[in-house]
Design a protein around this ligand. Structure first.
Ligand code: GDP
Ligand code: MG
Length: 458
């Protein structure tokens, strides 16, 4: 999906004039990409109409003010971006667990959606962010459900509660939550059972467990591979056991994830995470703007910073200096180079790569090799730099006018492009990335320390 959307937009930005035909061609390609990934037809035609109306109005306004071609392009691109964001943004804020109180989260969804896996991933996620987390298994329906949760929890070193003998899920849920409440856990996650279908007993069970544990947030776990059926399924759950957040799983497969977007629109409920694999780390935070931004190849700096923080926690020695620099608001090209090589050594390149602005979109689909190739080229660029250039913030590569505004890249940049076998455009991209990171660092540094700032972002 990302590759096609990005392709359509870059095709459009190359068009010599922005006439109705160019806009129509862009919209046609956008819509067919969305439909192919299973976004509901009604939503797609709505999006099309809204973009058209927005563009028309903006162009009329611009014309009155004597607008130029480039502005028209921006108008269209912005309208597309805004409408894509609106598609995944229900306009309601999800619940966020806070330290200092007991936060109960209950997972609902049909069997096989990925609830048990996702509950453990969530516990790991919150635990990493300093919230003491635990798991309660209230699935007495599926044989071996408790063993599965036990195994997951043990692997992740997360305390858990469950029973082999008690058959009443409501009783187990109540006992487990009560026990962990007394122990003042920050986050208690209750895993429930599913059935093959949405059956009335299942919904009754959800309501009863809900009444017993009084969750602060109920999360509906939705398997992306069910496509368009996501809408009906989520409506059925919403009607019986109201949920406040959605987690979409199995987005790593060849799933047509667009169906889940229809669920957001149908239930006006925000997606909070995406499951992107079977491993406990395969959980990505979801927010409308970064998601669309990544989809269109514009990157997600905040997500990248968070990822760097995770890496810092996994490898404190290597990252200590970096944290200090960020805290002081310093970030050089050398630091960015170090991050790039860390990313290279971390695996799961394609996921991380899409967070870097200027990386071609569709990397998620393009796979590891493409991401690795692109990252390597970026490192080659830094290899061709001199020591003083690496230690700079990157401004050294620009020429300036009399007022001190950068007017373009200078001879150093051309030398680096040549020396690394890349293009000046790629050097510019790398400099832009380093500059954005530095910008984030300064912001975070000003807020009483990088780590503190990062912790606030959860
Ligand atoms: P539950 O019945 O809702 O509790 O679902 P489970 O957690 O038992 O998951 C069902 C299957 O889906 C398991 O084999 C999981 O490993 C797998 N699964 C869960 N989440 C993901 C995901 O994000 N990606 C992939 N590829 N598999 C997943
Ligand atoms: Mg389960």
């Amino acid at each position: 999906l990302g590759a096609r959307l990005n392709g359509a937009l870059s095709q459009f930005s190359k068009a010599s004039s922005v006439d109705d035909a160019a806009i129509d061609a862009l919209l046609k390609e956008l819509c067919s990409a969305l439909l192919e990934s299973d976004v509901n037809v009604k939503l797609v035609s709505q999006l099309r109409a809204r973009v058209k109306a927005k563009v028309k109005k903006s162009l009329e306004d611009a014309e009155k003010a004597g607008g130029r071609e480039a502005n028209k392009k921006n108008v269209v691109q912005k309208a597309v971006y805004d409408e894509l964001v609106a598609l995944v943004d229900p306009g309601t804020e999800p619940y966020k667990p806070v330290k200092g109180k007991v936060n109960v989260i209950m997972a609902v969804g049909i069997q096989g959606a990925g609830k048990t896996t996702t509950c453990t991933k969530l516990a790991v996620h919150y635990q990493r962010r300093g919230l003491r987390s635990c798991l309660v298994c209230a699935d007495t329906f599926r044989a071996g459900a408790f063993d599965q949760l036990k195994q997951n929890a043990t692997k992740a070193k997360i305390p858990f509660y469950g029973s082999y003998t008690e058959t009443d899920p409501v009783a187990i849920a109540a006992l487990g939550v009560e026990k962990f409440r007394k122990e003042r856990f920050d986050v208690i996650i209750v895993d429930t059972s599913g059935r093959h279908k949405q059956e009335s007993e299942l919904f009754e069970e959800m309501v009863a467990i809900g009444a017993a544990v009084k969750p602060d947030m109920t999360v509906m776990v939705l398997d992306a591979s069910i496509g368009q059926a996501a809408e009906g399924q989520s409506r059925a759950f919403k009607d019986s056991s109201d949920f406040g957040a959605i987690i979409v799983t199995k987005l790593d497969g060849h799933a047509k994830g667009g169906g889940a977007i229809s669920a957001v629109a149908a239930t006006k409920t925000p997606i909070i995470f995406l499951g992107t694999g079977e491993h406990l780390n395969d959980l990505e935070k979801f927010a409308p703007q970064p998601f669309v931004s990544k989809l269109l190849g514009m990157g997600d700096i905040q997500g990248l910073m968070e990822h760097m923080q995770d890496m810092a926690m996994a490898n404190p020695d290597r990252q200590k200096d970096l944290a200090k620099k960020l805290e002081q608001g310093k970030f050089s090209i050398r630091d960015w180079r170090e991050q790039l090589s860390n990313i290279m050594s971390m695996g799961s390149l394609s996921k991380i790569a899409s967070m870097i602005p200027g990386m071609p979109a569709g990397m998620m689909e393009g796979g590891e090799d493409e991401a690795a190739g692109k990252l390597k080229r970026m490192i080659f660029i830094t290899d061709a730099m001199r020591q003083d250039e690496l230690d700079s913030d990157g401004l050294i590569f620009f020429s300036f006018d009399k007022e001190g505004n950068p007017v373009g890249l200078n001879r150093r940049a051309r030398r680096v492009a040549k020396g690394s076998g890349t293009s000046v455009r790629e050097v510019e991209e790398l400099l832009a990335q380093a500059r954005m990171m530095a910008g984030m660092a300064r912001q975070a540094g000003g807020q009483n320390g990088w780590m503190t700032a990062m912790n606030k972002m959860q």
